[in-house]
Design a protein around this ligand. Structure first.
Ligand code: GAL
Length: 357
């Protein structure tokens, strides 16, 4: 799955030398498999389209601002749309961006499969597509830039098994429509499998969470508490939003802080729960690095430049040239040296609900 190889996007995709007419200079451009539309010499700055799944979560608001700043700092323009979990809307918004004449499309898919049609349509218009943080499945996507999401799950399970090497585990997964949720689950079970096989750990509940929402995660956790008669020793939740729902259910059951809970994203609420002791760990993914990296690659590709992608990830159709960044495990011992030192959160915000300043 996570195959490392030194490749260039330029060579990995079918390289087409687009011969221009006599009146325009010859130009080399790397394009996807489906299109052969010549890139016209255009006036004005590069225009990037950014199609987002949702702005209903803290991390994506941050992604939007950071990506906009990074693209603009490179002298390009960005047009941003968000579909808030509506697949049909995400497709029609992306179509409108394509028709508006953007130079390149960056997409955070809500649904890994449904968005393949966007990639196809963009390619027909001669527009390359970058998958931002989440992979588009079964499409000739040009580039995928994310964190190592399998590693995120491994980090969660490593931290929790160190505290609870034996017992009943609950896994509250992410959205089944999001490829990251599958990668994370794979990572979690990479670590848990030997414990399960030895009979030390039993998975007493394992469920996806529709659209990653806290309310759906809370309902799942309530069901887990009910069906196990509260015989639960540890919980791994796919992100901090779902961990929030889990901890709400544990609070109602009088169990918050009594068993470890893992999350992901270093959301402010998640980090606050870590210093208060109701959440054990989170996985911090420096979004400023992700957004900066994608902005640089997007503008370079839109200019027809060659870019380097160190990894390959199979999306069911092709080996997608990929850039995978490294996540960081955070617990109460390294909050200061990670998210606070990085300026991801201010110390006063993290500790606002505790006596510590
Ligand atoms: C995932 C992403 C997580 C989290 C989640 C919910 O794709 O990896 O960081 O934000 O979506 O939006």
């Amino acid at each position: 799955m996570r195959q490392k190889a030194i490749v260039t996007v330029f060579f990995l995709m079918i390289l087409l030398l687009v011969a221009c007419t006599n009146t325009s200079p010859q130009k080399l451009k790397a394009v996807g498999l489906e299109e052969q539309v010549p890139q016209e010499e255009k006036d004005g700055p590069i225009r990037i389209g950014f199609s987002m799944d949702t702005l209903l979560e803290e991390r994506w608001l941050r992604d939007r601002e950071l990506f906009k700043e990074a693209v603009e700092a490179l002298g390009a323009e960005v047009e941003i749309v968000a579909a808030n979990g509506d697949d049909a809307l995400q497709i029609s918004q992306a179509e409108a961006l394509i028709q508006s004449g953007i130079d390149l499309l960056v997409i955070v898919p809500h649904n890994a499969e449904a968005t393949a049609t966007i990639v196809h349509k963009a390619h027909l218009a001669g527009i390359q597509v970058i998958a931002y943080d989440r992979l588009v499945k079964n499409a000739n996507i040009d580039l995928y830039v994310s964190f190592d999401n399998e590693r995120v799950g491994e980090m969660q399970a490593e931290a929790i098994t160190a505290l609870v090497p034996k017992g009943n585990y609950v896994f509250i997964g992410g959205a089944i429509t999001d490829n990251n949720a599958h990668l994370l689950k794979k990572g979690v079970f990479n670590i848990l499998r030997p414990y399960i096989e030895r009979g030390d750990i039993t998975i007493v509940y394992d469920q996806w969470t529709k659209d990653w929402t806290p309310v759906n995660a809370q309902a799942n956790m309530e069901e887990a508490l009910r069906t196990t008669n509260k015989q639960i020793d540890a919980v791994i939740a796919a992100n901090d939003a779902t961990a929030g729902g889990v901890i709400q259910a544990l609070t109602v059951a009088g169990l918050a802080g009594q068993l470890p809970v893992a999350g992901q994203d270093a959301d402010l609420a998640g980090v606050q729960r870590i210093v208060m002791g109701t959440q054990t760990m989170t996985v911090y993914k420096p979004i400023q690095i992700l957004s900066q990296k994608i902005a640089e690659l997007a503008v370079a590709m839109a200019r027809g430049e060659d870019v380097l992608a160190e990894w390959k990830v199979n999306n069911g159709k092709i080996e997608v040239p990929s850039v995978l960044l490294t996540p960081i495990a955070v617990d109460r011992n390294n909050v200061e040296s990670t998210v606070i030192a990085d300026g991801f959160h201010a110390s006063k915000d993290v500790y606002q609900a505790t006596s510590k300043e």
